[in-house]
Design a protein around this ligand. Structure first.
Ligand code: FNR
Length: 423
């Protein structure tokens, strides 16, 4: 359905007593989702690092650019279709990897996967998903998906995840570089809440054969110092055990595996030692294209080209890692210049509306990744909520293109559509 039909359908729905299931205004979307989340989920999903300055900057820097619409250009047949890494996409849009979706819906990843498949928008599976990648891929048919990898301390585990991603039909690997450790996330620290300790968001690990083997070895070692028993500890342990795969609660508890898995996970899931040289290991272990996520500096982008990477994602992780960081939209032009059209440049962090997508593509990016807003759709209305958020963003972008006199993505990338107000 084109954007204008979709727009008509929304208005007609209102007339016939069926308003949209999620608000088109993203401030309202966030507010309504926040009201439906537990306080821990709201901190984890909406919050960011430090003083939250990067989150604000990600939005306010979009205001540096303004669109310059052109008139009388026959936009009736405007199309947002585009190509990325051999995929034909309905719009230059992907879903960013977002971990621990079970904080808002127990089977959140599955619902997002199905919504992505309904819309044809690729879904980047998170390494911190709550549902194993094979299960989500199985619900998506042939729809495009990618796998996001965190470089753990175990190379065998990295290799195993790569193999699984290939077998699950993923079209590319997205290696996230900006999380060599967790950022100083003040809302989560204030709540003293990290979902992984509750056994949440570690399904890619607990479903992995290499992780299983590492866990066997881990459980052979003498146990480390245990925290003092308290009521809260026992209550929370119950959650951790119930999140671990398997039926018998007592059996799982006796095996020591649920708690062992969390301990093992927290000790290996990040790796501070990785350097550019390690990328050769990825190349040797996958035939899939590799995109580097978290690139902000032009010289890092240039280096990604030089070492043979297949794309970069300009991102500051939605302001969750470095507070006071350059915004993604401010970093984009430098990265685009440095890459010089040799590989695709994608961007996330702050995408909320169609004009944002327009600006990013007009600045030379190939596509954008949508983050938090689809989680808000998931929170409010499950699969249908995600689908509506995607449809609304695609329609907003298409309407913006039409009203600016722009008829194709090629025209958008090659034209002169923006002024920089320098604000
Ligand atoms: C993320 N992001 C993220 N990135 C990644 O590579 N792997 C992951 O598991 C996660 N998990 C995650 C959880 C939550 C709750 C959020 C909000 C974000 C970062 C994500 O891919 C993307 O970079 C940001 O969401 C972009 O910022 P906005 O547009 O959502 O503000």
């Amino acid at each position: 359905m084109n954007a204008l039909d979709y727009q008509r359908q929304i208005y007609l729905g209102g007339f016939t007593g069926k308003p949209p299931i999620v608000p088109a205004d993203w401030h309202l979307l966030e507010q309504q989702a926040r009201d439906r989340m537990t306080p821990e989920a709201a901190s984890y999903i909406i919050g960011g690092a430090g003083l939250q300055d990067t989150i604000r900057q990600n939005r306010s820097d979009f205001g540096r650019w303004q669109l310059v619409p052109r008139m009388l250009r026959n936009v009736e047949a405007a199309s947002t279709q585009t190509e990325l890494l051999g995929m034909t996409l309905p719009s230059p849009l992907l879903l960013a990897p977002i971990g621990v979706l079970e904080m808002v819906r127990p089977d959140g990843d599955l619902l997002v996967g199905k919504a992505a498949a309904e819309t044809g928008v690729p879904y980047i599976f998170s390494n911190q998903a709550s549902v194993p990648m094979e299960t989500v891929a199985g619900a998506m048919g042939d729809s495009p998906r990618l796998f996001q990898l965190y470089w753990s301390k175990s190379r065998d585990l990295v290799a195993s995840l790569l193999q699984r991603a290939e077998r699950a039909g993923c079209r590319a690997i997205v290696l996230t570089l900006d999380t060599t450790s967790l950022g100083w996330r003040t809302p989560d620290l204030t709540a003293a809440y990290l979902p992984f300790l509750w056994g949440k968001g570690i399904a890619q690990y607990t479903s992995d054969p290499v992780f299983g083997r590492l866990l066997d070895e881990f459980l052979q070692q003498p146990p480390s110092a245990r925290p003092p028993i308290s009521l809260a500890l026992l209550r929370n342990l119950r959650h951790t055990v119930s999140r671990y795969p398997g039926r018998s609660f007592v059996g799982k508890l006796r095996s020591g595996r649920p708690l062992g898995a969390v301990q093992l996970f927290t000790s290996i899931y990040t790796n501070q030692t990785t350097t550019w040289d390690d990328l050769a290991f990825l190349r040797q272990h996958t035939r899939l294209p590799i995109l580097l996520k978290g690139i902000l500096a032009p010289d890092d982008a240039r280096r990604a080209v030089d070492v043979g990477m297949d794309g970069v994602i300009v991102s500051n992780h939605g302001g969750r890692q470095v507070d006071g960081s350059i915004s993604a939209i401010a970093a984009l032009p430098g990265v685009v210049d440095a890459v010089n059209k040799q590989i695709p440049v994608l961007m996330d962090s702050g995408i909320r509306g169609g004009a944002d997508v327009f600006k990013v593509i007009a600045l030379g990016a190939t596509a954008v990744c949508l983050g938090r807003p689809y989680v808000y759709g998931l929170t409010l209305a499950g699969q249908a909520g995600v689908r509506e958020v995607i449809h609304q963003l695609m329609a907003d972008f298409e309407v913006t293109m039409r009203l600016c006199g722009c008829r194709s993505i090629a025209e958008l990338r090659d034209g002169d559509w923006l002024v920089n107000s320098g604000r």
